[in-house]
Design a protein around this ligand. Structure first.
Ligand code: HPA
Length: 267
């Protein structure tokens, strides 16, 4: 008998009723340690879950309790740049929706476009620019494919995140995230373009998952850990190793803020 990912999860965790889904990006992994009674299920045991190929990105689903919530964590995501498929995370997110999740909290590492948001900063997304103009909804049938992207990042959840960060003594910026397909980093000219278009940070993830989540009816909150200035804005040369090193350096604070944000979510 071929079980679906949802059936596997319901079999492994018959008592679980998670309402919050969390996707971890580079640097945010420490939040998993805050979960009580964690249960880990490798993606390889969940039919249709894509195993990421990027170093520094794990590939387990972890269920656990955090404050008043049951949270289900995707410790890694498949990026569009890995295969060209913007819908790579559709099945995992649909599975979590069907399992009962109502909120998707996303995290990522990003490059800053603003001198007043230096490396090590945290930013909550207020909006995004889908610069590649790729959609995970291409091929979806029905009129519900025409998803409104107004308030794609839920204003009430953003306000709660800002309050929770302040309560734990960490500043949290708010800004617009521009999605670049990658995997190459941006050119300095592309960084100047993104600045002129109104972006505050750039990255290679998150936007496809936000679109999928809005289509599924999930509320979305997204947080960036700034690991570097955008290309050409500082003297440093960008590399994946640099991103991971910076993400690890700031990761403890990021995870502490994330834990506080999750504990205080209500919707
Ligand atoms: N550009 C794109 N993605 C990133 C960056 C960047 O500068 N830093 C971390 N992820």
């Amino acid at each position: 008998m071929n079980l679906s990912a949802l059936q596997v999860l319901q079999h492994r965790l018959p008592q679980a009723h998670p309402r919050v889904a969390l996707v971890l990006g580079s640097g945010w992994g420490g939040a998993v340690a805050a979960l009580l009674d964690p249960v880990r299920v490798p993606y390889a045991e969940l039919p249709g879950f894509p195993v990421p190929s990027v170093q520094g990105h794990a590939s387990d689903l972890v269920w656990g309790r955090l404050g008043p919530h049951e949270v289900v964590v995707l410790t890694g995501r498949k990026h569009t740049y890995e295969t060209g498929d913007a819908a790579a995370m559709k099945l995992p997110l649909r599975t979590l929706r069907e399992w009962g999740c109502e909120v998707l909290v996303q995290t990522n590492a990003a490059g800053s476009l603003r001198a007043d948001i230096p490396p090590g900063s945290l930013m909550v997304l207020s909006d995004h620019l889908n610069l590649p103009q790729r959609s995970p909804l291409v091929g979806e049938p029905g009129n519900d494919r025409f998803v409104s992207m107004l308030d794609a990042y839920d204003p009430a959840l953003r306000a709660q995140a800002l309050a929770a960060a302040q309560a734990c003594g960490s500043s949290l910026h708010e800004g617009v995230y521009a999605w670049f397909l990658g995997p190459q980093f941006e050119t300095p000219a592309e960084i100047r373009m993104a600045q002129r278009l109104g972006a505050d940070a750039v990255g290679m993830s998150t936007v496809p998952e936000t679109i999928i989540a809005r289509h599924l009816g999930l509320k979305v909150l997204a947080l960036s850990l700034i690991t570097n200035m955008g290309a050409g804005l500082s003297a440093e040369t960008l590399s994946h190793a640099h991103t991971l090193a910076q993400a690890n350096a700031a990761g403890e604070r990021a995870s502490r803020v994330l834990t506080a944000v999750l504990e205080n979510l209500s919707w």
